[in-house]
Design a protein around this ligand. Structure first.
Ligand SMILES: Nc1ncnc2c1ncn2[C@@H]1O[C@H](COP(=O)(O)OP(=O)(O)OP(=O)(O)O)[C@@H](O)[C@H]1O
Length: 254
């Protein structure tokens, strides 16, 4: 099998509620996949199952041919399965340079040493600089995170993920909360992600989805209802029903 990553029959029940239903999906190295679906479809739950934040009721998660279903979140990160979150989780008092430096040191098992000893270390700082540069963050590298734009904070989260040297990167709504004037920056950064990386992106911004993804998977009520080319998704009857149903529901409770 040439799949870098796959899930087989992934199912999660919360009490009587089936939130993931028999999801099977595979990704190869370098793939750009978007996972979309109406609110409550189970997208975040899917990512949580993949990264080990929650355990499936049944099914398997396989990375590089190895069944990692029983591994916790931290060993999965070490194996290269990395995610970002919908809401930023950054420290406002330290800089982007320090965030990414710390992550590189953490990965190398050197984070316990004093950070300042490493900011001048050429091996580490070269890697930090190349990550920040690819994301267009060099000019704010030494500003406090609390002072930089939200779009830049979102990019920094991707930088932290990259510092962990992912093989599979799961991006949970990378453009959420970012003003539309800043979305081109996010798009550019996504275009510059390492070509061999497999990227799965959850996103509601359809323009971004269509420009980024080569393949789209649609989830509705915990199930995959479409898998195919971005150009074919809008015309698909099941997809239209899922979104219309959701909007109708949203209206009924408004
Ligand atoms: N821990 C939990 N216990 C019970 N139900 C849960 C739990 N986590 C999620 N759910 C339910 O599972 C369903 C799917 O939620 P999930 O957050 O995965 O959807 P989503 O597609 O990511 O939605 P959104 O686009 O709004 O972020 C929702 O009905 C949610 O209420």
């Amino acid at each position: 099998m040439s799949d870098l990553f796959r899930v087989e029959g992934l199912t999660k029940n919360f009490g009587g509620l089936a939130v993931s239903r028999n999801i099977s999906l595979s990704m190869s190295a370098g793939e750009r996949l978007a996972l979309i679906g109406p609110n409550g479809a189970g997208k975040t739950t899917f990512v949580n199952l993949v990264t080990g934040q929650i355990r499936p009721s049944s099914g398997r998660v396989v990375l590089n041919g190895e069944d990692i279903t029983r591994l916790g979140a931290v060993p999965r990160v070490r194996k290269g399965l990395i995610r970002t979150f919908q809401v930023t989780r950054l420290f406002s008092q330290i800089t982007p340079e320090e965030h990414v430096t710390l992550t590189v040191l953490q990965r190398e098992g050197r984070a316990a040493r004093i950070l300042s000893r490493f900011t001048g270390n050429s091996e580490v700082s070269g890697e930090v600089e190349s990550i920040l540069s690819a994301l267009g963050l060099l000019d704010v590298a030494r500003r406090k995170v609390g002072e930089i734009a939200y779009g830049q904070q979102r990019l920094l989260e991707i930088g932290i993920a990259l510092a962990l040297r992912p093989k599979v990167l799961l991006l949970d709504e990378p453009a959420a909360g970012v003003p539309s004037s800043d979305t081109p920056r996010i798009e550019q950064a996504l275009e510059r992600l390492p070509p061999s990386l497999a990227v799965l992106m959850i996103e509601h911004d359809m323009d971004l989805v269509f420009r980024f993804a080569k393949r789209v998977v649609v989830l509705a009520a915990g199930e995959i209802i479409f898998e195919g080319l971005p150009a074919d998704v809008a015309a698909n009857e099941k997809v239209r029903e899922a979104y219309l149903g959701n909007y109708a529901h949203a209206r009924s409770i408004a």
